[in-house]
Design a protein around this ligand. Structure first.
Ligand code: SF4
Ligand code: SF4
Length: 111
C-alpha cells in the first residue's frame, strides 16, 4: 500500500493500532500518595505565567498541571502517573521532577 504526494510514492504502514483510552488505563493504577512531600514542583511560577501556550496543560496524561482562575499554575502531584513527560517537554525546563520517596507513587493493580 502507498500514498502519492508531490509525484513521490511513500510507503504506508498497513496496520491499525488499537484504540487506547488513557482514562481506562489510569483506573488500573493504585496511588500511594506522599502527603508530606510533593515530588513535582514548579521552579519559577513567573516563568509559567509568561509561558504561552502552556503545553503541560495538554501533554500531561493525568492533568496534573492546571491553572486557577487567575491563571496561576497549580500542580496536583498526587495524580501523577510518573510517565516523565514533563521532565523533557516543558520548554523552559521549569518542572522539578523527582521520583516519589520509597513506598510512595503509583503501582498497577492486578486482578
Ligand atoms: S510548560 Fe513549563 S513553563 Fe510552561 S506553563 Fe507548563 S510548567 Fe510552566
Ligand atoms: S510525570 Fe507524566 S503524569 Fe506526572 S506530572 Fe509529569 S507529565 Fe504528568
Amino acid at each position: 500500500m502507498s500514498n502519492r504526494t508531490n509525484g513521490q510514492t511513500a510507503p504506508v504502514a498497513d496496520v491499525q493500532l488499537p484504540h487506547v483510552n488513557i482514562d481506562d488505563l489510569i483506573v488500573c493504577l493504585k496511588y500511594y500518595v506522599d502527603e508530606e512531600n510533593a515530588h513535582i514542583r514548579i521552579k519559577d511560577l513567573a516563568i509559567c505565567a509568561a509561558c504561552d501556550p502552556k503545553p503541560c496543560l495538554a501533554f500531561c496524561p493525568a492533568h496534573v498541571f492546571e491553572t486557577d482562575r487567575h491563571g496561576r499554575m497549580m500542580v496536583g502531584y498526587q495524580a501523577c502517573i510518573e510517565c516523565g513527560s514533563c521532565r523533557v517537554a516543558c520548554p523552559f525546563r521549569n518542572v522539578d521532577w523527582r521520583l516519589p520517596r520509597g513506598g510512595h507513587g503509583v503501582a498497577y493493580k492486578y486482578g
